[in-house]
Design a binder for this molecule. Sequence first.
Ligand code: SF4
Length: 385
Amino acid sequence: MKYKKIESEREIVFIIYDVIEVRIPKKVYYRFARKYSDKDIITYCPHKNVYNAITKRRLYYIAEENDIPIIGHTAFGLIDRGTNLIQVRPCTGCNLNCIFCSVDEGKSKTRVTDYMVDIDYLVKKFKEIADYKREKCGDIRIEAHIDGQGEPFLYPYIKELIKRLHEIADIVSTQTNGTLLTSKDIGELEKYLDRINLSINSLDERKASLLAGDPSYNLNHVVNLAKEIANSEIDLLLAPVWLPGYNDEDIREIVKFGKEIGAGKKWKALGIQKYIRYKFGRNPKGVKPMSFKRFYQELEKMGKGLRLYPKDFGIVKCREIPRKFKVGERLRVKIEMHGRIRGEMLAFARDRVIQITNTNKEVGDFVDVEIVRNKHNIYVAKEIK
Ligand code: SF4
């Protein structure tokens, strides 16, 4: 375990892998330190507070031993949307603050909690879903797609995760903003990773920083990384978000850049994303989102093959894992964890996470709820008052 130890006025602070921040009151730490090693104190001390060192939000570390399900929520764990692609979400939290971020990541006004899932647990459950799909859908190619509400390369075990998913899935792909990846990583991951979807929103340094919401954003690094990926065994898909009025010309330049460097050898080179206004996302002032109709028309004008279809990525329908609750079902649950935003709490039942919205209940409280959403095994419930 790689960690730094800092002594503050009242606490001993451990920063593990530059991401996980464990805070222990000094008195408690010195009592435990008489008998135990730092590693044991970090792991077993019951009086610790855990945060994400980047976002400074409270962080839940989810391991199988904690009896916390990893299916049911969009922020962490696994999502099966009824195809051969299984989304793998190892953690939340981002090192950037993109001004259009749909999940208000980085320094956030709305997000109050981060989650990180233990690698053994994630891989074990991924295999269970992959086995189910292979049994139900016969000869299909399973894709593990690592994405999430944040930057996957902040996950301390990301390389090991990619390698282990490669042993189970036929294709392993990931999204990233590219800022934390190095050429050494590309060399190391070449044999295990099939595709990288790289977010890059402008080739102009000033504008790229503005869009990333980070004055220290290193565009040069991301551009060089794109070239290195394109020259490696890993396929490259450039995935800019088109923010009308901000990066219209830049999108055309990115399309040209993708062609020049040889992105998309196996799949598509470009995955231009339409900016969508979300209630709990970051929505820059003055941006008028395009309609889907206009967006597709503009893509067609820009060049051939820029509109994407599931078949471009070999995505086919395949039986979804069984749902555990029906919409309208009522049940009594215990609140177990804080949700991602204020007023949202999480409960667990039948090996699924249930997100309870608009509640002022606390952890430990019991509450009667009604399931209002169950699509793709993502469960949302409202309190019955
Ligand atoms: S890189 Fe992605 S997750 Fe991070 S702030 Fe930007 S849009 Fe949000």
